[in-house]
Design a protein around this ligand. Structure first.
Ligand SMILES: Cc1cc2nc3c(=O)[nH]c(=O)nc-3n(C[C@H](O)[C@H](O)[C@H](O)COP(=O)(O)O)c2cc1C
Length: 317
């Protein structure tokens, strides 16, 4: 199946503005997402939204011209809707509501709300009421809280006129990230419940072959890639055009560029090193031959050392 769109997933603590800049430059992604922005007890100020999504000052696009969708997380329909409106006022072209996050630190929000379809319905309806119909609205969910049998009820609650996409991580909240729990086939049974809405499949898409398998099983030609984008930074090109996945050399170059970007933004030395190690830590899961290099890289105590090591090895791979 020809895949039409590949999105770079929201990943808190990973896919921040510098990571979005680097990955959208090389990755072939059709759109990327902000990390979740928590809406707790007030309508978020414009400055908070601009801090989280600085791309809003540039037509809501990364330097490569990739649109950034603003993701909000919370449980109060009015506060979420008004914050979404503010994001729209300062340039957001697309908003995503997060009902998929399983974090222990997120109490009554994210995937916890999958237990309450009527609240999901209200949050989506209130947001739709306030937003300009031209603003694209998506909702990101898992297939259930306890059980994937819950998926139809959840989708019915959010499939309202005006919603453009439903992005589905094919696991329940209870499954967390258990590999064997992933089930793209659940999505296949949901199309009839949301006839005018595009379903986007997500979960463990890390290669052209996996993307094809997912598309076949789920019926989706729109896919979202999260951790896979750190393993295969050019995943959008790989999945849509059958491009060769980045070589180790190209992965190390991407990590190098990421470090440069963090340094330009004046991130602290420890943070630059930690983020580079995090990136490589994901990359070596798919590229076993990076394992040895990763072990050595983890011992680097300064940016100078780390950059030198990357430079020398980039040339060798
Ligand atoms: C470190 C990390 C942070 C994440 N943060 C978010 C987030 O802010 N918002 C969200 O909707 N999902 C978040 N997710 C979930 C991903 O968007 C995605 O749904 C999940 O990782 C499954 O896709 P994958 O197998 O392609 O990684 C996060 C996942 C990871 C690994």
């Amino acid at each position: 199946m020809q895949i039409k769109k590949v999105y770079l997933a929201p990943m808190e603590g990973v896919c921040d503005p510098p990571m979005r800049k680097i990955l959208t430059k090389v990755g072939g992604y059709d759109e990327c997402f902000s990390e979740f922005i928590r809406v707790s007890d007030l309508v978020l100020p414009y400055k908070t939204l601009l801090r989280e999504v600085p791309e809003l000052e540039h037509d809501a696009k990364t330097q490569a011209g990739t649109l950034v969708r603003v993701q909000l997380l919370g449980d109060n329909p009015t506060l979420i809707a008004k914050t979404a409106k503010r994001a729209e006022e300062i340039g957001a072209k697309s908003i995503d509501l997060n009902f998929g996050c399983p974090s222990r630190f997120v109490h009554h929000a994210g995937s916890m709300l999958l237990k309450e379809p009527s609240l999901l319905h209200e949050i989506v309806a209130t947001t739709l009421d306030l937003l300009d119909p031209k603003t694209f609205l998506s909702v990101k969910i898992r297939t259930g809280f306890e059980d994937k049998k819950e998926a139809p009820e959840i989708v019915k609650a959010i499939a309202q006129e005006g919603v453009n996409e439903i992005i589905i991580h094919a696991r329940t909240r209870r499954d967390l990230y258990r590999e064997e729990a992933l089930d793209w086939s659940v999505l296949h049974g949901l199309w009839d419940l949301a006839p005018n809405i595009t379903l986007v499949a997500n979960g463990e898409i890390t290669s052209y072959e996996k993307a094809q398998e997912c598309a076949k099983i789920s019926g989706c030609d729109h896919l979202m890639v999260g951790r896979g984008a750190l393993m295969v930074p050019n995943a959008g090109h790989v999945i849509k055009e059958g491009a060769e996945p980045f070589s180790n050399d190209e992965i190390l170059r991407t990590v190098f560029d990421f470090m440069e970007e963090l340094m330009t933004l004046k991130f602290a030395e420890k943070s630059v090193l930690d983020r580079a190690k995090q990136f490589l830590g994901f990359a070596r899961r798919q590229n076993e031959s990076l394992g040895e290099f990763f072990k050595i890289f983890c011992k680097m105590g300064s940016i100078t050392q780390a950059r030198e090591l990357l430079s020398v090895n980039m040339a060798q791979y």
